[in-house]
Design a binder for this molecule. Structure first.
Ligand code: FE2
Length: 298
């Protein structure tokens, strides 16, 4: 981190774990100026996850916040976009008076990097917790930089020569399986896909496992744990065993920060270099209402 970056940050962050994450208190994100946003991005690329506590944002203000950092992406599940502000996607277990879901209740239950099947993953993702469970529902993060750097040199060199094959179709299938195993039926994922969604789902992407961050050149492990159908040039079983083994390595506590939500937390992460997963909570007892936004890959 440069001294210049330190000076220009408009707040004093505190580390959240040994591996990653920083917390910001007594600061209103509505006060961020465009030049400060640049300093925040520089800092976020190092700490990976920033937690702004106790924010008071309405929908237009959250959209303004997103636009400080690039072009907002519209989520592919269009039914949960806020009509007046389609940059925001609603995550919730709540229902309307007509028993219609207010938002997506089952997003991200397996380890993933947002849109990592694409050549340009999402740059930043932001979650704003308006109502959060009193227990459970933690969002877990794992630093794929730290996980890579902790491997022996020989294993790092081996991984640097490998490419994984990603299929959204498989990710979708595994997601349905996970939901079925939990006895969850009131989700949206078994609705027929649109032509646009189908075209995306059927594409196969071959991507290097070890990927440099384009800004820092720091290497990270890019994996699609549930969407991975194999390793290029490797027998399917052997490839998937390698992926499973690598995922277990990456999600160890030493590389983790698990965020316990407080109401009005605004959590922003640098999607590259990170694995994350939504945590379970008692959906019958607890209430969760979040807005999610993300910034298109650059
Ligand atoms: Fe995600």
């Amino acid at each position: 981190m440069t001294t210049e970056t330190m000076v220009r940050l408009p707040f004093e962050p505190k580390p959240l774990s040994q591996a990653l994450g920083a917390e910001v208190t007594d600061f209103d994100v509505k006060s961020i100026r465009p030049d400060e946003a640049k300093a925040i991005v520089d800092y976020l690329r190092e700490c990976q996850v920033l937690v702004f506590r106790d924010q008071q944002l309405d929908q237009p203000q959250m959209v303004e916040f997103l636009k400080l950092f690039g072009d907002p992406l519209y989520h592919v599940l269009k039914q949960f976009l806020i009509p007046q502000h389609p940059e925001l996607h609603v995550l919730s277990n709540l229902k309307t008076e007509d028993q219609e879901p207010v938002g997506n209740a089952y997003e991200g239950l397996t380890w993933h990097t947002d849109l990592n099947g694409q050549n340009r993953p999402v740059t930043f993702t932001v979650l704003y917790g308006l109502e959060v469970p009193s227990e459970g529902g933690d969002t877990a993060f794992a630093s794929m930089y730290k996980a890579f750097e902790a491997l022996p040199a020989e294993r790092r060199a081996h991984l640097e020569g490998l490419k994984f094959i990603y299929s959204y179709e498989k990710q979708h299938r595994v997601r349905l399986q996970v939901l079925a195993e939990k006895g969850i039926t009131d989700h949206v994922y078994d609705k027929p896909m649109s032509d646009e969604q189908l075209a995306y789902a059927r594409r196969r992407h071959v991507l290097p496992i070890v990927t440099p961050n384009p800004y820092s050149q720091r290497l990270w492990i890019n994996l699609a744990s549930t969407g991975c159908v194999g390793i290029e040039g490797m027998d399917e079983e052997e490839g998937l065993a390698l992926v499973d083994n690598l995922v277990s390595h990456c999600i160890q506590p030493a590389f983790r920060y698990d965020h316990k939500w407080k109401p009005r937390d605004l959590v922003m992460w640098d999607n590259r270099g990170l694995f994350h997963r939504a945590g379970e909570y008692d959906r019958k007892k607890e209430r969760r209402l979040m807005w999610r936004g993300s910034i298109a890959g650059d």
